[in-house]
Design a protein around this ligand. Sequence first.
Ligand code: SF4
Length: 246
Amino acid sequence: MIDAAARPARAHDLQIAGLVPLSSVDWPGRLVATVFCQGCPWDCGYCHNPGLRDCDAPGVVEWAEVEALLARRSGLLDGVVFTGGEATRQDALAPAMRRVRELGFAVGLHTGGAYPRRLAELLPLVDWVGLDIKALPEDYDGVVGSAVGGARAWDSLELLIGAGVDHEVRLTVHPGSPQAATAVEVAWRLRAAGVRAFALQDARTEGTSPEFRAEARAWDVAAWRARLAALTHEIGAIGFPSFVAR
Ligand code: SF4
């Protein structure tokens, strides 16, 4: 009998927390199916998928269901986006991506860049990456709860830009956060690193923890709207070929 821990990971090993059969928002300009991968090593206060963080939780969707969906939607879907949680946490992601390509679909990836070495192996398999850069490297501990997270995420950014893969880099901000205070500097550093498409995202409260929603009730919404408008204006002047505030 083959020891499961010793054999190479297969697409069927992917811990899948959910499958959205049709999305027009997860990969701008493409119609995709979205695969939610279970588990994430980080702990962002504004996480709107806290149920996906547990790395030990088993998957609830079989890989065979993904392939069956793709067989039914051939010619209707452009591709598959793998998201999370943190999709790059799993060894099974690479074989799953290969399988999607074999079936004739494009591959998109959402990641926070927590595993740069694995991302380097995945980049030849992806057509587009949505990379969350969560803060300046030195602020990551306070944002994701990992002191090494900043180095990993910014290393991932360098790998992504170096590989020339189509991308959108996202920064999510909310009142009182370090990344709101430094958003313009983050954006300048991203542009200097070669980022071509940037999105400034206003953190949403739906699906977040009770603690985050309690914090949000104390926000001065009018002041935050004005701050976001000012950030949008300043970042818009940096000159990204593509910039959106959402
Ligand atoms: S990286 Fe994403 S999935 Fe992980 S805790 Fe942060 S927001 Fe949630």
